[in-house]
Design a protein. Structure first.
Length: 500
């Protein structure tokens, strides 16, 4: 899905028609792909500047931004700094406060003293101070699932999903009605089957439709579209609340398809807050697996079934997660009593601020995460970091400082799997016999051989074959390391060029 500010629809004739791509837009998709591939190893700000330039050249800047939004999810951005930025700021600000530094000379003196304390040079320290700002993050890898044609198809699907955000009712005909009804139930939507002259149609609404038309289920309608679009033949009509005016959106299998990609597994939920959190959490590539309604926990004479469990991917460690919504005082009191009886359990509790019981939960030795409206994934992520630090440190202690893989080429992911640890536990180690290229370790001799084999002007397909024979999957990062970029031509072909 895209954000609503990137929605492109035509309202001609009172309709509501997404402005889908066609073959004329594929060269632009190729150019956006090329911009990303050409900026591996560079800061996000430089990438954004290049995209902004492309926006100025394109007929519709929203289309460029839409392509970029999808491709950004395929990129890996990392903070690169000689010193962890928070540590750098702490040391520098303390030193500055002690000296009351205000002039440029005093500032330079502070940086020199702080750099000496941290064991780095002043320029390294200065570049580390704010290296964790988003615009200074470095794109370390970019391996998209799509070429230009599939990127356009994914864009069209995402655009159609975004157009459904303001839907109040959806009417669907499908060649696979069983699959459709199953998806409707998973998304906790309401439906009825109506007989029409054209056949049976499934009318889908949200529970609030019993009382009044509501747009609050638009994101669920959008997720439903992905299931609908995976069937052979289908058609969909949706009633859209377009700023108070009712419009009709019509789609069919001729408009939208699902590119080859595995969708996120659906779960069932008791509330929209839980569903919203689970969807956003699962979209992240974390070292935690979300489990819905795990095993019951003993709480005195009773049991507690948390809403979720979060399993560490690299060991036997589980954190439970409970969502306390807008409950009655009696129910809150009962829940607190149950939580008080839990023993030897790591528990995070997202608690609605209106309940005012965050301190009571903390007093029970559980971590409270206040929220209003929706649970912020960042807050849960921050709460998990304290466990990660200990888990990563424990696994890293069992590894030598230098790792010497037997293979000429091995990914960080594969090496971590071989040792049974997280990738973070591998990150701080040295690899004396290999050079790191993106997320892959490559012996210098392999890179030297590729530097002789890959040359400017050869086709991307030929370069990919050369890298594949060497056992390297990270095409963009490796070509960038060798001093090349990809110049896209046509719909799916590219040519290797020297970086300027």
């Amino acid at each position: 899905m895209l954000t609503k500010d990137l929605l492109r629809v035509s309202r001609a004739g009172g309709g509501y028609r997404p402005q889908f791509t066609d073959e004329r837009d594929r060269p632009l998709a190729a150019r956006v792909l090329g911009v990303f591939q050409g900026h591996v190893g560079e800061p996000r700000a430089t990438l954004d500047d290049a995209l902004a330039t492309l926006e100025g050249e394109a007929e519709d800047f929203k289309l460029v931004r839409g392509f970029a939004k999808l491709l950004e999810r395929e990129a890996v951005f990392e903070t690169r700094a000689a010193v962890p930025p928070e540590r750098a700021r702490d040391v520098v600000f303390r030193a500055a406060a002690d000296r009351n530094a205000v002039t440029g000379t005093e500032r330079a003196t502070v940086l020199e003293e702080a750099a000496s304390t941290l064991g780095v040079t002043p320029p390294e320290l200065e570049s580390s101070l704010y290296a964790d700002l988003e615009e200074r993050e470095v794109m370390t890898a970019f391996d998209p699932r799509w070429g230009p044609a599939d990127l356009c198809a994914q864009y069209d699907l995402s655009l159609a999903q975004t157009a459904l955000f303001d839907a109040v009712e959806v009417r669907v005909r499908s060649s696979d009605p069983k699959r459709l009804i199953s998806a409707v139930k998973r998304l906790r939507l309401m439906y009825e089957v109506r007989a029409t002259d054209e056949g049976r149609v499934v009318v889908v609404t949200g529970p609030d439709a019993l009382f009044a038309r509501s747009r609050r289920y638009g994101t669920r309608f959008a997720r439903l579209l992905r299931t609908v679009a995976k069937t052979a033949e289908w058609s969909l009509e949706a009633t859209i609340d377009d700023r108070g005016r009712e419009r009709t959106l019509s789609l069919s299998h001729e408009d939208v398809a699902v590119p080859d990609a595995d969708p996120v597994t659906e779960m069932t939920f008791d509330s929209g807050v839980e569903a919203d959190f689970a969807g956003r959490f699962q979209s992240l590539d974390l070292d935690w697996t979300l489990v819905r309604e795990p095993e019951p926990l003993a709480a005195g004479a009773h049991v507690v079934i948390p809403d979720f469990a979060l399993d560490w991917a690299h060991g036997d460690f589980r954190v439970f997660f409970e969502v306390m919504g807008f409950w009655t005082p009696e129910y809150v009191e009962k829940k607190l009593s149950r939580l008080a009886d839990l023993e030897d359990v790591e528990l995070l509790v997202a608690v609605d601020r209106s309940l005012g019981v965050g301190e009571d939960i903390e007093a029970l030795d559980h971590r409270a995460i206040p929220y209003t409206g929706t649970v912020r994934v960042k807050d849960v992520r921050d709460a998990l970091r304290r466990y990660e630090a200990e888990l990563v440190a424990a696994s890293a202690e069992g590894l030598p400082d230098e790792l010497v893989p037997d293979d000429d080429v091995v990914t960080i992911e594969a090496l971590a799997a071989d040792y049974g640890v997280s990738e973070d536990a591998i990150e701080g180690k040295r690899f004396p016999d290999h050079e790191r290229v993106g997320r892959t370790l490559v012996r210098p001799a392999v890179l030297a051989a590729l530097a002789e084999e890959v040359e400017a002007g050869m086709s991307l397909a030929a370069a990919e074959r050369a890298l594949d024979e060497a056992g390297i999957d990270e095409v963009s990062a490796t070509l960038s390391r060798l001093g090349f970029r990809v110049e896209w031509a046509g719909l799916s072909s590219g040519t290797v060029r020297r970086k300027e």
